[in-house]
Design a protein around this ligand. Structure first.
Ligand code: SF4
Length: 356
């Protein structure tokens, strides 16, 4: 770790908050300066923003708050409708937990989010980061929320050379020290995230615009862009399978609801075989598509999941019977967007519809 003489913590906090007051971006979930945020909006945006960018989340947040203006409205919604509105945002377990959490907030807390970390951590889908973000941003109470942006800022500011994830305790301690005793916990949390998102960016950090430029260890060492170091990622296994675009004489396409539990639980898909690793024997066509004049359509559609990469061969067929798989139904192609199809399946549908 580099040795750098830093100004006092209150002076650093004041510089960052002053920078935030001048440069904060307008976001649909962010309260105007001096206004108290709506805890429902803070929670909803934090869940949506996990693994997803601000630009992608914007329209989804507006759609959700339009359909369900309060946490009570969301709790009363049908899970199918929530999954459909979520389709395309990925990591669908978040949508199921979102719905469960809304119901728990209504059932256990009368529709008001609790304002303490322990109670928030007891709610579905809320982990330490989200609880800290809600406590500080929604309730303006001290809490240290460390997301990827904050990890980067603190790693660089403190000159932490140890790679992630080993450096997480040091980063957390650094973040806690920087936040300690600050007079505006909600704004401070957002300011740290904002600095990481707009100035202390992964590539080409704009140190000349940074309120901490004169005290930053990485800037002095000239290695800002290299930090944080990361341990090499393990190669992901590759899986393959077949996916079916079967159309009947009415021009309807076959879709199938997945089991409630597991990957894409409760969502719709185009029927597929099991997804297998290269060492496993690939599956033949399932019985419910046999006799449909199947023909392969190239190229395969590819999708990257957290734990594996998938490549699906697309097979097209004309339905020779009305036979459907478990959970199957026929829907008109123009109505496909009313069903919660995950991004992978939307890619297949776009390819097929675009390809005629
Ligand atoms: S000076 Fe540069 S590297 Fe250091 S915190 Fe600011 S933007 Fe990041």
């Amino acid at each position: 770790m580099s040795r750098t003489k830093k100004p006092s913590i209150p002076a650093l906090q004041a510089a960052l908050l002053d920078w935030f007051d001048r440069h904060r971006r307008v976001m649909p979930w962010r309260a105007a300066k001096g206004r108290r945020p709506n805890p429902y909006h803070v929670w909803l945006s934090e869940i949506m923003l996990q693994q997803t960018t601000v630009v992608t989340v914007g329209p989804y947040f507006v759609k959700f708050t339009g359909l369900w203006p309060t946490v009570g409205d969301l709790a009363a919604a049908k899970l199918d409708d929530v999954l459909t509105a979520w389709a395309g945002l990925g990591y669908y377990a978040r949508a199921r937990n979102l719905h469960k959490c809304a119901q728990a907030v209504v059932g256990q807390y009368g529709g008001k989010f609790p304002a303490d970390e322990a109670s928030l951590l007891g709610l579905p889908g809320i982990g330490p980061y989200t609880a800290a973000a809600i406590i500080s941003i929604a309730f303006d109470k001290p809490a240290v929320a460390v997301d990827g942006n904050v990890e980067r800022v603190v790693s660089r500011f403190d000159g932490i050379e140890e790679p992630l994830p080993l450096s997480k305790p040091a980063i957390r301690a650094g973040a806690a020290k920087l936040a300690d005793g600050n007079p505006r916990p909600g704004d401070f949390t957002q300011a740290m995230m904002e600095l990481g998102a707009t100035v202390c960016t992964p590539r080409k950090p704009r140190c000349g615009l940074c309120p901490w430029q004169n005290s930053c260890a990485a800037r002095k060492a000239g290695n800002a862009e290299e930090l944080p170091h990361k341990l090499p990622k393990k190669a992901k296994p590759a899986k393959t399978g077949k996916v079916y675009w079967i159309v009947n004489t009415k021009g309807q396409v076959m879709i199938q609801k997945r089991a409630e539990k597991g990957l894409y639980g409760g969502m719709y898909q185009l029927p597929t075989t099991a997804w297998r690793e290269a060492a496993e024997k690939p599956d033949g066509h399932p019985a419910f598509v046999s006799g449909h004049g199947l023909a392969p359509i190239g190229p395969s559609v590819r999708h990257s999941f957290t734990h594996f990469d998938l490549s699906l061969e697309i097979w097209q067929g004309q339905a020779a019977s009305a036979q459907l798989p478990v959970g199957g139904k026929w829907v008109s192609i123009s109505a496909l967007d009313r069903y919660a199809l995950p991004t992978l399946m939307q890619k297949v549908a776009r390819l097929m519809i675009g390809g005629g």
